[in-house]
Design a protein around this ligand. Sequence first.
Ligand SMILES: [Fe+2]
Ligand SMILES: [Fe+2]
Length: 512
Amino acid sequence: MDMRAHILVVDDEEYICTIAQNILADHEGHHVTSCSDPAEAIRTIQSESIDLVLTDMMMGEYSGIDILRACQEHQPDTVVIFMTGHPTIENAISVLKRGAYDYLVKPFKLESLRATVERGLEKLFLQRENVRLKNAVSLYQLSAAMGGTVHLDSLLKLVLESVIAEFDAGLATIALVDSDTNELQVQAFHGDWETISGMPFLTGKDEIPETVVETGDAEIVKDITVENANTDHGRDSAKAAGICVPLFAKGSVIGVLSFVRFGLIRPFTTGDLHSISIIAAKAASAIESSMLYDELEDAYLSTIRALANSIEARDNYTRGHAERVTHIAEMLARGIGWGEDEIRWLRIGSTLHDVGKIGIPDSILNKPGPLTEEEFEVMKGHPETGSKLLEGIPFLKPIHPYVLYHHEKWDGSGYPKGLKGEEIPVEGRLLAIADTVDAILTNRPYRAASVMEKVLDELTIFRGRQFDPYLVDSFIELIKSGSVDLDSLYGFDKTELDENRLAQERISDSVR
Ligand SMILES: [Fe+2]
Ligand SMILES: [Fe+2]
């Protein structure tokens, strides 16, 4: 390990500075800065990067403690060694307790000076190496995770979580530049929003983040007092240190990552800044790709939704069907513990499940009465038509099972493939239940209580015939426990629950 370091020697006795220069610079090869004026030493600590400080205890109006404090405030990992001609046990304990590394008693042997400095530097470099390793591991994990996260919301959440964990931050925000207004808008935050909104530098509405966007340089914000902060001791004013880092993508700043760490003397170091910049660079490029991805996905989805809406607009009897089916399917899926990603696909899949009806002629789609066998054959083509329609859009692959298999039946009597039991993908099995429940509940002349009975009856009768028995049991459980609320979805107290029996027959045909 290269142990050459920048050492600052602070002593108003010139000969100590000369000795230190002689031993540490000339013999050991360190870069040594000597100061006989403690005020100048403090200025050096504020402006230069120092690895180790050797300081006298008493220097006129200053003491070594002032030097120690300056280090702790500006360069918290610097090793501080005291030199004193008047040693007492109390003094020694007191400086060590305040965070000094060691002390030397004047006059000291040159060998003691050399050995103490060497031990101090060894500890410092090991500590830095540890931090570097820890950062490297977490950066690696973070960039691997970012690579697998395509959606902006989850990505921003991931970045904030790592910042909170890595830098012990209490509050953090990501603000992105709005392309219309050119202003920063918070897109994601972590921590108490009330406290964040009281700190303009975290909300992007402040000259610090604005300067960061303009110059592309990170800013460390020292000595912040946060009023009314939500701290460990309840609402209180708290000291904090902050940082504001630009998010660069393709040469321009697309946003700002800002966070604060609470605590009296815990500023960010240049080492922190280095790790944060690496995270920010990875985050920015992941954010950019994910924004492009989301935009593209939105464009596709709105085209396809428009398509789905135009089909519903043609079909007099199933208006709002896709939306209600989506609702019911989601309640069931959540009830059986599906995750957010699966739910996302489920929503898209349910919205588009009947998209293949685009290929059904109006005369069949809107026929005011039961369909003939031939007409029903045409109607049965809609899952495959839909699935073919979506083939050209690779990112929608996860929704194919919803479109293709929602008319399959547990006993193998469904269409288009006649799959049986668990051969039918679970997406199809789940949607089949939601699809039928909506058909039962729409345009039926039953009153509220009997409607619910009818749903439970039909599900029970067709459990293990048309429907997956496990899913039916789960759904009935969820209805009984109140987790699935169909009443508000269908507004059961409406008295005109429709005398349109033609519609009723027509809908039961379509899900037959
Ligand atoms: Fe269908
Ligand atoms: Fe349907």
